[in-house]
Design a protein around this ligand. Structure first.
Ligand SMILES: [Zn+2]
Length: 327
């Protein structure tokens, strides 16, 4: 078996552009200026104007010219890679690392492996998490399928955090300073997770209503305030407080398994995630879980699927540059 890392798009900028074009333009290129799909020509490697830092000019890869509107473009246009000065083959390396590590990969490690600054590594991983986020997916479940729902509270111990990174308290109790997250996991299927301000019946109803087809069996434990039976679903729960974890096929072990991976990743890899950025980490863990090898998706294909998500999701420095996402 050939090493994944010997793929040319990890090392060669031209090959990286061609690989991304196959992913983003499966039906061939289209001009982002005028929408044309014909009379488009690849320009070959161009040379930029000489500058102080590059007296010979830089090589410019991936340029196309549209002979309808005379505009030029590359496959980066309109994606989360637009305006990024990072070479595309480094983006491929980052995507592969993030997609193939079950518990994620810290900015610090990306920084060391890729040879980019820590700040750049953080920003790259944030853009890739955005690419992993689903853009309005169709509902899960359906007749004869089962979706498990549960909530968990994510966050480190407050005493270990720097004063300005502590989560504001929501009152009393062990969860007061943690972020509530609700997850839906379809058995033998995908996962989605949402950060909610509070776990209430109304919040759960909205999440279930948006994400799960009517008629789906919904299983939960007794801690979820789930009345999905009343919302058009068939609902059953196990009573953990009474020591009941499995009753026939009624259990929430699958969603608890998802939360176990999420918590190990957040605690072990990322150490601390601010509430502001939590939804991006939830996208990352849901994506990897949903595209896992048990469902037949291997590392290479998972990275390709993540890169397909770069389209139409621009993320600027402004919207993520408030630090505090991870140690
Ligand atoms: Zn055009």
């Amino acid at each position: 078996m050939a090493s994944v890392l010997s793929e040319s798009y990890f090392h060669d900028e031209q090959a990286a552009f061609e690989a991304l074009e196959r992913i983003v333009w499966p039906d061939g290129p289209s001009c982002p200026h005028c929408g044309a799909t014909d009379r488009l020509n690849r320009l070959g490697v161009q040379r930029s104007k000489p500058s102080k830092t590059h007296p010979e000019g830089r090589s410019v890869y991936g340029l196309w010219k549209c002979y309808h509107c005379r505009g030029q473009f590359t496959v980066r246009k309109g994606t989360v890679f637009e305006d990024s000065p990072i070479p595309l083959h480094i983006w491929f390396q980052a995507a592969h690392l993030l997609c193939s590590s079950k518990k994620g990969i810290s900015s610090n490690q990306l920084h060391r492996v890729l040879g980019v600054t820590l700040k750049t590594a953080w920003f790259m991983s944030m853009r890739l998490r955005t690419a992993m986020g689903d853009g309005g997916l169709s509902p899960m479940g359906g007749n004869s399928s089962t979706v498990e729902i549960d909530e968990a509270y994510i966050g480190g111990a407050e005493k270990n955090k720097h004063a300005n990174k502590r989560t504001p308290s929501r009152g009393h109790g062990p969860h007061a300073t943690k972020a509530p997250v609700v997850a839906l996991v379809e058995r033998n299927g995908k996962a989605r997770a949402y950060h909610v301000p509070d776990v209430t019946g109304a919040n759960l109803r909205e999440i279930v209503g948006k994400n799960v087809r009517r008629g789906t069996k919904i299983y939960s434990d007794d801690s979820a305030i789930t009345q999905s039976g009343a919302w058009g679903y068939s609902h059953a729960s196990v009573n953990h407080k009474a020591g009941e974890y499995v009753r026939g096929d009624v259990h929430s072990n699958t969603v608890e398994g998802f939360f176990a991976i999420l918590k190990r990743g957040i605690v072990g890899t990322y150490h601390h995630v601010s509430e502001e950025h939590l939804h991006r980490y939830l996208s990352e863990f849901s994506f990897r879980y949903s595209e896992r090898s048990a469902l037949g998706v291997e590392d290479r294909e998972r990275a390709t699927k993540a890169l397909r998500g770069i389209v139409g999701k621009r993320l600027t420095y402004k919207s993520t540059d408030r630090r505090g996402a991870e140690a």
